[in-house]
Design a binder for this molecule. Structure first.
Ligand SMILES: Cc1ncc(COP(=O)(O)O)c(C=O)c1O
Length: 376
């Protein structure tokens, strides 16, 4: 389907093309190569973390973290159900059990009070997400994790560059992951990264990422025989992807500023529509608007279809994970997640991207107003 206004558009420039082309033209280092470390160093510096590793997706970064922290069968991990399914799947990758906690209405992320309710003697970790570019209640969650001696992994897939009280998300937990899938703040098509301050975890992760191979030199350009000291995967990011990531990261401040300006403008256009609730956050929250999600009090699905007919793409982020076919039939737990279920009936994510124009936003607002006028 071709949309007049899609949900997202990728922000790219000639530097992206140049960086990728350079790697291709070199005829070397398309897999491992200097751009990998280059991208990792730049991310670590941007976030303010000691170590960074890049992966072929945010999901494989999460998977690797679960292995590195030794989370295994019989362990429980507290996750939101209001998330992309990969967050909840990560414990299952290592045979552990995802335990869903409810969310709070302010940031749509894990409710610290309900997290406390869900902790048992088997709980090993908590994985909050920072929803759509908005920091979650990470300080409260960090306090709980410290008190109960639990690993805190931030799923910041959607929120690179978001800050809380001036501090980057991804620096609060024991580790954090980011996604570079095409609808994220910066993108490499597919790709992911993780950051941590733990040298021990970082060393483990390097082995897990690449076949358990002890690497002192580039495997592909060294005559030395490698040793394999643990079970590992191939979770590696290709070099030209990292080169693209470097060019994208160079633009991140501009990208975020454009997103924030657009969000501000759209908010000014939608503020008067009493049937919807626009995103609002506290002053010390630096929201980067990977998504612009409103709550629609009534007729949400009808509005979505109406806007689709006008060429405007919207989407429901998220349908609860615990209500998907897989989770309903696989885990067979009983869930009491009233806020998750209520919010997922109300949310509608509107188009939001750096190059979204005022004309396009005026059109969106005009159609939303028009829809509700007809309903009154
Ligand atoms: C909250 C969240 N976690 C994890 C992921 C997984 O990232 P990836 O698609 O890079 O595997 C996503 C991606 O959409 C996400 O939104």
């Amino acid at each position: 389907m071709s949309w007049k206004i899609p949900l997202f558009k990728i922000y790219w420039d000639e530097q992206d093309v140049k960086n990728v082309t350079q790697v291709i033209r070199s005829g070397m280092y398309w897999a491992e190569g200097p751009n990998i470390l280059g991208f990792e160093n730049r991310i670590a510096e941007y976030i303010g973390a000691k170590y960074c590793l890049v992966f072929n997706s945010g999901t494989s970064a999460l998977h690797a973290l679960f292995l590195a922290y030794g989370i295994k069968q019989q362990d429980e991990v507290i996750v939101p159900s209001f998330t992309f399914i990969a967050t909840a799947n990560a414990p299952l990758f290592v045979g552990a059990k995802p335990v869903f906690a409810d969310i709070e209405e302010e940031t749509f992320s894990l409710d610290p009070e309900d997290v406390k309710n869900k902790i048992t003697s088997k709980t090993k970790a908590i994985i909050p997400i920072h929803y759509g570019g908005c920091p979650c209640k990470i300080k409260e969650l960090k306090k709980i994790a410290r008190e109960r001696n639990l690993v805190l992994i931030e799923d910041a897939a959607e929120s690179l560059g978001a800050r809380l009280g001036g501090r980057q998300v991804g620096t609060f937990g024991d580790a954090a992951i980011f996604s570079f899938c095409q609808n994220k703040i910066i993108t490499t098509g597919e790709g992911g990264a993780l950051v941590t301050n733990s040298r021990k975890i970082y060393e483990k992760l390097k082995l897990i990422r690449s076949h358990g191979r002890l690497e002192k030199e580039n495997y592909f350009s060294s005559i030395k025989t490698s040793d394999y000291i643990t079970l590992g995967f191939n979770f590696r990011m290709p070099s030209f992807v990292a080169a693209l990531g470097i060019a994208q990261l160079e633009k991140i401040d501009r990208i975020i500023e454009m997103r924030k300006n657009n969000a501000r403008y759209l908010t000014s256009k939608l503020r008067e529509v009493k049937e919807i609730t626009i995103p609002t956050i506290a002053d010390d929250y630096f929201h980067v608007y990977q998504m612009y999600t409103v709550k629609v009090n009534k007729n949400r699905n009808e509005l979505m279809r109406y806007l689709a007919a006008k060429g405007i793409m919207t989407k429901i982020y998220f349908q609860p994970v615990h209500l998907t076919h897989f989770y309903k039939h696989k885990l067979k737990q009983s869930h009491r997640l009233p806020v998750t279920e209520k919010i997922s009936r109300q949310v509608l994510t509107l188009p939001m991207y750096p190059s979204l124009t005022r004309k396009e936003m005026n059109y969106m607002a005009q159609e939303i107003r028009g829809f509700f006028r007809r309903k009154r």
